[in-house]
Write a protein that binds this ligand. Structure first.
Ligand SMILES: Cc1ncc(COP(=O)(O)O)c(C=O)c1O
Length: 446
């Protein structure tokens, strides 16, 4: 009864002050979806109703919810030292976490810059790229190349290199200058219902050669892509595509940044997609599952060569004019170290690999349902795409998301694609439950 009153009160009165991000505020406030508790694979809404987490929150909670080791580490750290200044001062946990991240990063990537979010990680990586070229006497290298449908957060840097029209249009007159976009790699005609990485489409990387010819390599700082685009609806890299990007960037001295804010920490198998798909970039941006989503934190993982070149400043000089009050925050760092321990002790990245076959079979069993035009999957992530309804783009996707939620499973809708990305602790029965709820919702919504 108490819970009900809480929900009721929130629904009628107290929702008005919070301007919610990437949310249809008016629609939400008429019919709110409020979560109040989380444990293991399940949320509970404010009425105590269990909701299976098919999305690891927002691609964050790879170790599942309510992990005691994390909350204990956080609580201990707050008691011990709540905060330490991050400029010209340090504390041991940030160094320890950096060392732990270097240990799981691809070979040669051993330096870490801490941020508070994926957006900040992206803007940080772009700035480090400019700083690096400048430090090496190549200050004309300022152009960035992103990709259509890429999502790199919401900072001005991130939306400039990002390629989702809706996120850019309102701000288009103030985006970074000197940004180009590679074509995206979604090709439903060629690759619909393919399992794992599509076989065709690697040639889309060749557009980078054209951009180099157009602008001159001496003017290009970095290429940034998500190894797999998550937010635009699970768009996979064709086989050989990332390798080709690496070859071309290396040939011309252009830095390659992988935005692994979603793919990092086991989503596609290894610690990073870079390792699973055998391509090592110069920088990797991370956030989200870094500390299981418990406390805002991000990190940019950086190749030693970039760090070393950037240290070429006079003795005592600050080498990079960039940083955040909360860079390497001790409490967030404590949460991250406890999270990395769980990933390691429970072999959760391995678990993705051992479950991906079952997950693939389960999601592909949806083929044939009404209006379903593609299913894409890799690791423990899948995108299930529908044709738009005649009510407009995104209406069908939203209807399926809402119906799933009412029926006890949280999925994510991006336009008319439903994404599944459960915590890596998911078991086979829960995968079945997720897929069955989705199947019913697809049929109900039509
Ligand atoms: C690939 C990628 N980069 C950056 C971001 C932005 O992260 P944040 O929302 O923490 O700023 C996201 C968020 O979903 C993302 O998926």
């Amino acid at each position: 009864m108490e819970d009900f009153n809480k929900a009721d009160q929130v629904a009628t009165g107290t929702l008005e002050h919070y301007w919610m991000p990437f949310t249809a505020n008016r629609q939400f406030k008429q019919s709110p979806r409020l979560l109040a508790q989380a444990e293991g694979m399940y949320y509970k809404d404010v009425n105590g109703r269990p909701v299976l987490d098919g999305t690891a929150g927002l691609w964050c909670c790879n170790a599942g919810h309510g992990r005691k080791a994390i909350s204990e580490a956080v609580s201990k750290q707050i008691h011990e030292m709540d905060y330490a200044p991050s400029f010209q001062m340090g504390h041991p946990l940030a160094f320890e976490l950096a060392e732990r991240l270097a240990a799981i990063a691809p070979k040669g990537i051993n330096k870490v810059f801490f941020t508070n979010s994926g957006s900040e990680s992206v803007d940080t990586a772009l700035k480090i790229a400019l700083n690096y070229h400048r430090a090496r006497g190549e200050a004309t290298r300022t152009r960035f190349i992103g990709r259509e449908l890429g999502y790199h957060g919401v900072g001005f840097g991130g939306i400039s290199v990002g390629g989702i029209g809706g996120n850019r249009r309102t701000f288009s007159q103030q985006l970074l200058q000197g940004v180009d976009h590679l074509p995206h790699t979604l090709d439903i005609q060629q690759n619909a219902f393919c399992k794992g990485l599509p076989e065709t489409g690697a040639e889309k990387a060749e557009v980078l050669e054209q951009l180099v010819t157009l602008h001159g390599a001496e003017n290009i700082a970095a290429v940034i892509v998500e190894p797999m685009s998550g937010s635009a609806g699970v768009i996979l890299p064709p086989q050989g595509y990332l390798k080709r990007l690496r070859e071309i960037t290396r040939k011309y001295g252009i830095l390659l940044i992988f935005d692994e804010v979603i793919t990092g920490f086991g989503r596609v198998g290894d610690a990073f997609a870079s390792q699973r798909w055998g391509v090592t970039p110069d920088m990797i941006t991370t956030a989200k599952a870094l500390n299981n989503g418990t406390i805002p934190m991000g990190a940019v993982l950086i190749d030693d060569a970039i760090y070393d070149a950037s240290m070429d400043a006079p003795e005592g000089a600050i080498e990079l004019y960039h940083g955040y009050t909360y860079s390497g925050h001790p409490v967030a760092a404590a949460a991250a170290i406890a999270t990395l321990d769980i990933y390691q002790e429970e072999q959760l990245f391995e678990r993705t690999k051992s479950l991906e076959g079952y997950f693939e079979k389960a999601v592909h069993s949806l083929k044939g349902l009404p209006n379903l035009i593609d299913i894409r999957n890799t690791g423990l992530v899948a995108g299930i795409q529908f044709s738009p309804s005649d009510k407009g783009i995104g209406k069908r996707g939203f209807g399926i998301f809402e119906t799933c939620f009412k029926n006890g499973t949280l999925v994510r809708a991006t336009a008319d694609t439903i994404a599944l990305s459960p915590p890596l602790i998911v078991d086979e029965a829960q995968i079945d439950q997720m897929v069955n709820t989705l199947s019913d919702a697809i049929t109900t919504v039509g």
